[in-house]
Write a protein that binds this ligand. Structure first.
Ligand code: PLP
Length: 354
């Protein structure tokens, strides 16, 4: 892929690595590329980070053909730059785009574009404990037309943001509200696609949960509101009687890269992992009789996030005395250890950027 480079006139000052937060700063450069029927993918450019011009009739602004991805680059002690399973993000991006009738970006172009931009912005990868460079690739419809049909033009972009630990206090349990009114996804819908529209529809529940003092919502299935699906931006796992249970990826759940990695790790450690519908009633009962040993969310941003409390229809259950469980902690240490190049990568998950 040929990528044109437009240098910036002035490099930005780098933020304090101790006070990054999440998604507050952006690097000097961004990647952009266009697609049209006539030209295919063209005009790949790395240019100074900044505003873009859009026609007011751009279809994304009206019909929300928009998809995105999220992954991180890590700098190891030796100064190597590592991505974590970018091929999985490339595949998922293609699946999201197919579902929204958007142009599919070839997987090797997706990885190549990320590697080229990250390589140029290496200096922006923070190095203190728990920090990384968050990578946000996204695509949207740019045809100017008011009329519903698949757009005949798209823009693909990548922006980069140096981020701190998702939770500044470290790995601490969060309080989760089980949402029994709003739903996130139904079979046949877009639940498995990573698209902005899913999030737009989810914000009302998030706002409600925060008002009640909870960090995120746990979604139930969209038909019966009976089975547990996933947490706001994470897949959810529950350890009941030493078995790990998580919702199956059959259309309504986002197939997380972290989810897949955690399942592989757990199986390699000899645990039984069940990908099956888990009824909220079964989960609450396990919480009452204390067979629910641990619960956690999995996702790129926080990696592993222990769940300390679940609230459903006015009843609260506390999990593992609101402490991070042993398996939860082991998963966090192992995954982040591999990501930061501190532990042997026996699954060949890391991808070095030169
Ligand atoms: C991105 C995302 C996840 C987590 O996926 P990872 O690949 O592990 O980061 C889970 N649920 C939803 C709704 C998501 O958008």
């Amino acid at each position: 892929m040929e990528v044109k480079f437009i240098p910036t006139e002035q490099l930005k000052e780098k933020p304090d690595e101790n006070a990054l937060g999440f998604g507050n700063y952006f690097t000097d450069y961004m990647f952009t590329m266009d697609w049209t029927k006539e030209k295919g993918w063209h005009n790949a450019v790395i240019e100074p980070y900044g505003s873009i011009q859009l026609d007011p009739a751009s279809m994304v602004l009206h019909y929300a053909q928009e998809t995105f991805e999220g992954l991180k680059a890590y700098k190891t002690k030796e100064g190597k730059v590592l991505l974590f399973r970018p091929d999985m993000n490339a595949k998922r991006f293609a699946n999201s785009n197919r579902r929204l009738c958007m142009e599919v970006l070839p997987e090797e172009m997706f990885v190549d574009a990320i590697a080229t931009l990250v390589s140029r912005e290496k200096e922006w990868i923070p190095t203190i404990e728990g920090t990384s460079l968050y990578i946000r690739p996204f695509m949207f419809a740019t045809e100017s037309a008011v009329g519903v049909h698949p757009s005949n033009a798209y823009k693909f972009m990548i922006v980069l943001s140096p981020v701190g630990a998702y939770y500044p206090e470290g790995v601490n349990p969060v309080k989760i509200y089980v949402e029994d009114e709003y739903v996130r996804a139904t079979k046949g819908g877009t639940g498995f696609a990573k698209c902005g529209g899913n999030y737009a529809a989810s914000i009302a529940a998030q706002v409600k949960a925060e008002k009640l003092g909870y960090t995120q919502v746990l979604w139930l299935d969209g038909v019966e509101r009976k089975y547990v699906e996933e947490v706001g931006t994470m897949n959810a796992m529950f350890i009941i009687d030493r078995k790990i249970i998580t919702a199956p990826c059959d259309g309504t759940v986002l197939p997380g890269v972290t989810r897949d990695s955690v399942i592989q790790l757990l199986k390699s450690w000899g645990y039984v992992v069940e990908e099956r519908p888990l009824a909220i009633d079964e989960l609450m009962e396990a919480g009452r009789n204390k067979t629910l040993q641990e619960a956690f969310g999995t996702g790129t941003a926080a990696v592993i996030s222990p769940i300390g409390e679940l609230s459903y229809k006015g009843e609260s259950i506390i999990i593992n005395d609101f402490q991070t469980g042993e398996i939860t902690q082991r998963l966090y240490d192992t995954l982040t250890g591999i990501q930061w190049g501190k532990l042997e990568d026996s699954f060949h998950w890391t991808y070095e950027v030169n």
